[in-house]
Each structure stands twice: as structure tokens, then as C-alpha cells.
Design a protein around this ligand. Structure first.
Ligand SMILES: O=C(O)CCCC[C@@H]1SC[C@@H]2NC(=O)N[C@@H]21
Length: 231
């Protein structure tokens, strides 16, 4: 009798629901981007809610859909829609002091999405691990690219770095906490299904079990034929 062969499920591609989620989160990032831009006296880069959207998308949707949402938002803004802080848009933003931050968002989404996927695959979304992941991707990665870029444009590395840290950090820490809180609540109440269509994928265990079945069937056949010979 054949042993039950367990098949692992892998997810491939993107469903129409995935594309809808990507569009919704790209719109959310845009809404957060255009609604709040608090100017800072000594910095040309404002305090914004953009990084809340950049952290939320990959935390809730995973790396694939989260990065796609961020990429969609960036593509629309760079194509000319007035989606960046202060209603700016177009390729000209890449020559400004906030360009490094804008470019960094795609890397932030990848880091947050990949690490969150890893955590969730191991069991559940943990608030504290999520907070560390958001801080790593949403603060360290973004500052590592955005601050030196701003420093080069402003021509004063030390001033730019210190101003950015002092002015942006408290708000960005709050955004990382809010994102981890929202994500842990969402994963508990309504776990968002993984991206893509489920595809059966035989693991090495399953293949081994099938080989064992085949070997067992061969033995049975041998026994049957020897019985026939004896008869
Ligand atoms: O011009 C833009 O639209 C980009 C503005 C970038 C703002 C950066 S993102 C990280 C840091 N935190 C903030 O609140 N503002 C800066």
C-alpha cells in the first residue's frame, strides 16, 4: 500500500489580489507622502510620514508585494506625479538633498520585507522582532543612504548628519513602533496570505517516501511471481 506522500506548498507569481494590495499600499504611501511635510529651520529635508508607509508595506505584505508597492509609488513620483514632499515630482527630485532618502526606500522595503517574511515563516509576527527589523530597514538603511547624500548636496557632512539624526530620529522611532504594533495586530487578527498561487512542491522527504514505496512494491511483485512459479 503506498505511503501518503506529503507535498510542501510553494507560492509562485502574483494573483490579482496581490496586485490590488500593491496598488492600495502604493496609494497609502502616496497619501502619507503628500499630506504631511513639516519644514525644519536648519534642514532642507522635512519631517514626513513617508517612512511610515515605507515600513508598513513590506511589514504587512512581505518583500515581493511590499517592494512592488514602494517601486510603484517611486515610479509614479519620478514620472512626474506630485507625490513627494511638498507636492514635488519628476526626475528633478534626484538632484535635491532628499534624493538619497527617496532612493533608499526601495532597499528599506527589501530589507524589512525579507526579514519579516523570515520571521513570519518561523511562526508568528513578534512585536519586538518586528520593531528591530523596522529600525534596521526603516531607519539604519534609510539614514545610511540618505544622510551622506544630503551631506554631499549640502557640502557639510557633519552638520547634515547631526541635524538629520536629531530632527528625524524621534519621529522615525515612533513610526517603527507604530508599524510593529499595527503589523502584530494585523497578523493576529487577519493573517494576510502569502503572495502568489500555491504550487505543490515535493520535498526531499516526499521523494524519499515515494522511492521507498516503489521499492516495497517491487518486493511484493517479486514475491508474487515466485509464488506463481512455485504453483
Ligand atoms: O523629498 C521627499 O519627498 C523625501 C523626503 C525625505 C524625508 C526623510 S525620510 C527619513 C527622514 N524622516 C523624516 O521624517 N524625514 C526624513
Amino acid at each position: 500500500m503506498p505511503t501518503t506522500v506529503t507535498a510542501h506548498v510553494r507560492y509562485r507569481g502574483l494573483t490579482s489580489r496581490d496586485l490590488a494590495l500593491v496598488a492600495v499600499f502604493a496609494a497609502l504611501i502616496a497619501a502619507l507622502s503628500v499630506t504631511v511635510a513639516i519644514p525644519i529651520p536648519f534642514s532642507p529635508v522635512p519631517i514626513t510620514l513617508q517612512t511610515l508607509g515605507i515600513m508598513l508595506a513590506p511589514s504587512l505584505l512581505g518583500w515581493k508585494r511590499g517592494s512592488l508597492a514602494v517601486a510603484t509609488f517611486l515610479a509614479l513620483g519620478l514620472a512626474g506625479l506630485p507625490l513627494f514632499a511638498g507636492g514635488r515630482g519628476g526626475l528633478a527630485v534626484l538632484a535635491g538633498p532628499s534624493a538619497g532618502f527617496i532612493v533608499s526606500w526601495i532597499f528599506a522595503a527589501l530589507v524589512i520585507g525579507l526579514l519579516t517574511d523570515l520571521m513570519v515563516r518561523k511562526g508568528r509576527y513578534s512585536f519586538w522582532q518586528g520593531l528591530v527589523i523596522n529600525a534596521l530597514g526603516g531607519i539604519i538603511v534609510i539614514y545610511a543612504i540618505g544622510v551622506p547624500w544630503m551631506a554631499v548636496v549640502l557640502g557639510d557632512a557633519v552638520l547634515a548628519s547631526l541635524l538629520s539624526m536629531a530632527v528625524f530620529l524621534p519621529g522615525d522611532i515612533v513610526k517603527a513602533v507604530v508599524t510593529a504594533a499595527i503589523a502584530s495586530a494585523v497578523f493576529r487578527a487577519y493573517p494576510i496570505p502569502p503572495a502568489g498561487r500555491p504550487v505543490a512542491d515535493e520535498s526531499a522527504d516526499a521523494a524519499e517516501a515515494r522511492d521507498a514505496d516503489t521499492a516495497a512494491d517491487d518486493t511484493t511483485e517479486d514475491t508474487d511471481s515466485s509464488r506463481e512459479k512455485k504453483a
